[in-house]
Design a binder for this molecule. Sequence first.
Ligand code: NAX
Ligand code: K
Length: 491
Amino acid sequence: MMLPRPEILLTPTEMSRVDAAAIASEISGQALMLRAGEAVAACVLRHYPAALRFAVLCGPGNNGGDGYVAAEALVRCGANVRVFALGDPERLRGDARIARAGWSGRVEALEAYMPQAGDVVIDAVFGAGLARDVPDLVQQAIADVTAAAIPVIAVDLPSGIDGASGKLRGAAFRAERSVTFVTRKPGHVLLPGRDHCGTVEVFDIGIPHRIVAAEAAGLWVNGPALFQSFRRPRSAEDHKYRRGHLTVFSGPAISTGAARLSAGAALKAGAGLVTLASPSDSLAVNAAHLTAVMQTAMDTVADVESWLIDQRRNTFALGPGFGDRDKARSYAVAIARSGRNLVLDADGISAFSGDASALREAFEGSAGQLVTTPHEGEFTRLFPDIARGDGGKVEKALAAARAISGIVVCKGADTVIACPDGRAAIEEHAPATLATAGSGDVLAGIIAANLANGMPAFEAACAGVHQHGQAATRAGEGLTAEDLVSHVLPA
Ligand SMILES: NC(=O)C1=CN([C@@H]2O[C@H](COP(=O)(O)OP(=O)(O)OC[C@H]3O[C@@H](n4cnc5c(N)ncnc54)[C@H](O)[C@@H]3O)[C@@H](O)[C@H]2O)[C@@H](O)CC1
Ligand SMILES: [K+]
């Protein structure tokens, strides 16, 4: 049986290489544009049968070309269509010029468009070629259409959304639907782009998968297809040590809850054994709360080193509620040297603030795998130079992963999981209820359980982020981190 393929995301640059490769293999660019424009027309007719008028806003590139094709296809179906162009349509080039020539009606200037009740706007101003902030004229059109609450269908992407990063370039239409071609782009999945796209429909315009696969750099939408073949198969021969022994470090007596959340989530996610390594002053408070999770006293790095003698203790989670940053650094280095896996979260990340190279040096040549799970503030503290750059979230996550030679999970409503070898995934199904205290501690525990189970680090992190979102979805409204733990399931 063939496993489902992970959903590829092509950046606009990769998409234009796909386009060029398709044309080089005898697929006509004009035919691609015809199919694209007709797909847009079919979509608006299906979803807006009661529209009184379609206003097609066409830009100066191929996105505009798709608009002219859609306009003509709509007229042929008996619709009332007006076309408004940004710039002089006489200056269009290539396939867009041919598409313009195929439009049988008038072309009015963009500024002549006055939104009217009953209109549906087809936004074909900018797509993949958006290179800078949208001009004032377009910002004005966006403001007018938004104020009049006219439904917008975006061709490829809403104009003003950067297809690679999902960032806003000046202003953008808020589309009810976006019709894109071949694959979704990162800007459809990353925020704020995702919020501007509405429902995204992907049309196959006839470019074979082999061409897409050849140009794809390794960016996907996160989902089971990325990790399911790495799940440890359940077996009658299983015993707890086969399912991995995870150690979670507890914080001092006044902040032990975070580590317990990680530990509890890890057990639910399928780690065979979970031990809370607890400073002596926290033993009693932890003992009062623990049942299946075990406990051991751990006060110094020498205690960590003697704990590491047992090779079955294969994975560690360090940071949630931990507090002492010097100790966190020394513990992380001891774990790296012993070749064990580490999930570094919260205070464990802050312990390496501005010194990511120390993490890389610790894990260089180690058999242990490193996964860090920073939220935005922690990311900025750990990677200040990368955070200052103006790339998108995927680019930054990849740069960070290379900087530590480990997996970086950039958390948020559009969590990005990045691997130093250039692979990355974006999660799109994290419910907003996950924005609750302790949710990140649960995620660290789930990822650690996957590592303890023998998954490679990138897949362990992708699976963990997915399991976390699924648990929240199952738990529903009123979510607390404790509820989340109880809804976690193995990968
Ligand atoms: N396989 C493909 O790549 C296909 C692409 N198609 C369409 O082609 C589009 C990409 O076409 P293009 O590369 O021509 O890009 P666009 O049509 O998105 O825009 C490019 C044009 O806009 C100008 N421009 C960019 N940003 C600007 C700004 N902020 N202010 C003013 N002018 C600006 C550029 O100088 C250029 O003239 C896609 O979004 C899609 O709609 C479809 O025709 C189907 C096939
Ligand atoms: K557009």
